[in-house]
Ligand binder design. Structure first.
Ligand code: HMG
Ligand code: MG
Length: 303
């Protein structure tokens, strides 16, 4: 894609079925997860993270994500992906024909230990093994770096450390690096510092923003990121989400609110508004709670 057209288009990675549901307190059935994804596939969203191949003892809500992937219709223009922390997870994804996975580490040692039970360096070793096999089987690998500004255990993280880990993932072969404001404490000034550090290492086309909305800053942080040239954002429908190893962290930026910001700024998202709102209403009905998205609330009042 040329720089000119890239400027007007934004890629959204829908992480609701994974980041959203992984932290859900109430049981969500296999069929409900599947229906949620089928709804999302009608919205124009082209990138959907459907689950994670992690230990069900660690994250029970994500059990059977490989089976879930296998139960979904494959459409050439919709990229369905799975989160994989190690080769066991990667093999599970590969066995069901998954062509895109995401590996995940952090810029904080403590968070990496709590989240995936190893150091950052050990996580990169595990990913090198995944990367090797991914190349063999033509599987695309995305990389996540959590704690882009703050760690729930260590506090503030040096932007240079975020840039360093991001570059390591990129050099290893991750085609895109998503930086996570895991606990949603980021503010636009700090987000700008992180992007500036990362942009000295790699081009904006390889970087994505993953903003949790604990303090209501996710839209502001998205706007700051757009100003810095970032054009890829992760989001969860109905603002679902949180990390089981980041206490108090709330959901991702709601896809509805991200869509509102981008579309009203004249940026192309490919989203069908009515279909997005149908999916939004359906998952809110399943979870039986009010949708925190401002756009979803305003839309419901107008209809
Ligand atoms: P471990 O205990 O160190 O792993 O856990 P192990 O290799 O010693 O194996 C222990 C057991 O787990 C064994 O089973 C393995 O077979 C099993 P047992 O013999 O005891 O019955 N096991 C697995 N089972 C299924 N799938 C696998 C797998 N690997 C081992 N892939 C492990 C290491 C990574 C598995 C564990 O720490 C884990 O599952 N952690 C969950 C991490 C997670 O899902 N966190 C949330 C997602 S990350 C996130 O939300 C942040 C993000 O959104 C960005 C942001 O917001 O910042 C991405
Ligand atoms: Mg997250």
């Amino acid at each position: 894609m040329s720089q000119a057209s890239r400027a007007d288009q934004v890629k959204i990675v829908e992480v609701g079925p994974r980041d959203g549901l992984q932290n859900e307190k109430q049981p969500i059935s296999f069929e409900q997860r599947k229906d949620f994804i089928l709804d999302l596939m009608q919205t124009g969203l082209k990138n959907i993270e459907v689950g994670s191949c992690v230990s069900a003892k660690w994250v029970p809500q994500m059990a059977r994500s490989d089976e879930l992937f296998a139960a979904l219709p494959q459409q050439p223009d919709i990229h369905l992906s799975l989160l994989t922390p190690n080769i066991k997870g990667f093999d599970a994804a590969l066995a069901v024909g998954c062509k895109e996975v995401a590996v995940f580490t952090a810029a904080s040692e403590s968070f990496t230990q709590k989240n995936i039970n190893c150091s950052i360096a050990e996580s990169l070793d595990k990913f090198a093994e995944i990367m090797h096999k991914a190349k063999q089987y033509n599987v695309k690998v995305r990389g996540y770096v959590s704690c882009m500004v703050d760690c729930p255990y260590e506090g503030a993280i040096d932007p240079r450390q975020v840039a360093k880990v991001s570059k390591q993932l990129f050099d290893m072969g991750c085609y895109e690096i998503s930086l996570g404001d895991t606990i949603g404490t980021a503010t636009p000034d700090r987000v700008k510092q992180v992007w500036q550090a990362c942009l000295s290492e790699m081009d904006s086309q390889f970087l994505a923003g993953h903003f949790h909305n604990t303090y209501g800053m996710a839209v502001a942080n998205t706007y700051q990121s757009l100003e810095q040239g970032i054009r890829i954002f992760d989001a969860s429908l109905a603002g679902l989400g949180g990390c089981p190893y980041a206490k108090g962290a709330s959901g991702n930026v709601a896809t509805e609110d991200l869509y509102y910001l981008l579309s009203r700024m004249g940026l192309a998202t490919g989203i069908d508004e009515a279909a997005l709102m149908r999916a939004s209403q359906n998952i809110s009905a399943v979870l039986q709670r009010k949708n925190p998205s401002n756009f979803a609330q305003a839309y419901a009042q107008q209809c």
